[in-house]
Design a protein around this ligand. Structure first.
Ligand code: UFG
Length: 331
């Protein structure tokens, strides 16, 4: 436990709101900084303090001081890969430059620990899967590059200042809080499981399969899907590690180490919903690698963390339950 508050940027967003729950449940005091552009105030658990601000604002220094912030968990940023290709400067601004400004505030106020939402997109198209942290990082889109540049900044900052960091490279995050307190509420989501459960609740007519000619067992893209609650728990464990070993920093893959194809995911949705979701073969989406699966040996060795919801049907079931909550609300 740290002696002070944890600042969670982007804590009103999908993954951030689940991390807020996990930190609160573990007994931490939490201050959320979110500009509410894509996040929702209602997604922030009332036990946390919500401050509506941009992470790049100079007033973040005041927030750090006022709340005695001793760790920052940084989720805020832009996350849509195709958008990053069309509008790269938005990604370098919202991800790389905004994090640089946030780090200025953190260093000026002597914040000792920093946890960063990184991504498997830093690897680009890996030469082999599963992919490990030491493998080449060659992003194939500005989103991945914007995050890789942030990792580089963190390494240099940690070498120069009394701060350690953990960059968590997320693979495909899905599902929702098993207790139904949060879930993916993003408007216009592009993620496969979200789209499939939207189709299951009648929000969409079908699911397009983006490419059936990949070099994978069934020709569709293979990904490593991780339950958002397991991912949230990894942040709490990472914070414990940073506090226990203040001279060490870490870059860790967050995945289960197992890949599922688009067809296998849609099979799981059919099983869980007892429906046959309409699948339509479509062309490949620009920039999609054939397969992306984590080598998760490093995170299992470094953190006091074990996946608890490592099951595709469970992920889909939790995602569906949340989608039904949204449907009832008319959202
Ligand atoms: N897919 C479809 N139809 C859809 C949506 C997706 O067939 O309607 C396919 C994609 O082509 C891909 C797989 O489902 O093969 C997963 O696609 P997602 O859009 O759900 O996720 P991505 O793997 O493209 O990207 C996700 C995050 C990124 C992150 C990346 C790293 O969105 O932020 O994982 O692994 F960088």
């Amino acid at each position: 436990m740290i002696d002070g508050a944890v600042m969670v940027t982007g804590g009103a967003g999908y993954i951030g709101s689940h991390a807020v729950l996990a930190l609160l449940d573990a007994g931490h005091r939490v201050v959320v900084v979110d500009n509410l552009v894509t996040g929702f105030a209602w997604a922030v658990d009332p036990r946390a303090t919500l401050v509506e601000a941009n992470v790049a604002d100079a007033r973040v220094r005041d927030i750090i001081r006022d709340h005695a912030v001793k760790a920052i968990v940084h989720f805020a940023g832009s996350v849509v890969v195709p958008e990053s290709v069309a509008n790269p400067l938005k990604y370098y601004r919202n991800n790389t430059a905004a994090t640089e400004a946030l780090l200025e505030s953190a260093v000026a106020e002597g914040v000792p620990h920093f946890i960063f939402s990184s991504t498997a997109a830093t690897y680009g198209t890996p030469a082999k899967v599963p992919v490990a942290e030491g493998d080449p990082t060659v992003p194939i889109n500005p989103y991945g590059m914007s995050k890789l540049m942030t990792e580089a900044m963190l390494k240099d900052v940690a070498a120069a200042h009394p701060m350690n960091f953990c960059a968590l490279r997320y693979f495909n995050v899905a599902g929702a809080d098993p207790a139904g307190r949060s879930g993916q509420s993003t408007i216009g989501a592009t993620h496969l499981i979200k789209i499939a459960v939207e189709a299951a609740t009648g929000k969409r007519t079908h699911v397009g399969i983006f490419g059936t000619d990949f070099d994978t067992p069934d020709g569709t893209g293979v990904r490593d899907y991780i339950h958002v609650s397991d991912l949230a728990a990894a942040h709490v464990a990472a914070l414990d590690l940073l506090v226990a070993q203040p001279a060490e920093s870490h870059i860790l893959n967050c995945g289960y180490g197992r890949g599922f194809s688009v067809n296998e995911v849609l099979d799981a949705v059919d099983r869980v919903t007892n429906m046959k979701i309409d699948r339509r073969m479509e062309g490949r989406r620009a920039g999609d690698p054939a397969a992306l699966v984590a080598d998760n040996a490093a995170i299992l060795a470094a953190l006091d963390w074990r996946p608890e919801r490592d099951d595709l049907d469970t992920i889909v079931r939790d995602a569906l339950a949340w989608e039904r909550v949204l449907a009832e609300r008319g959202a």
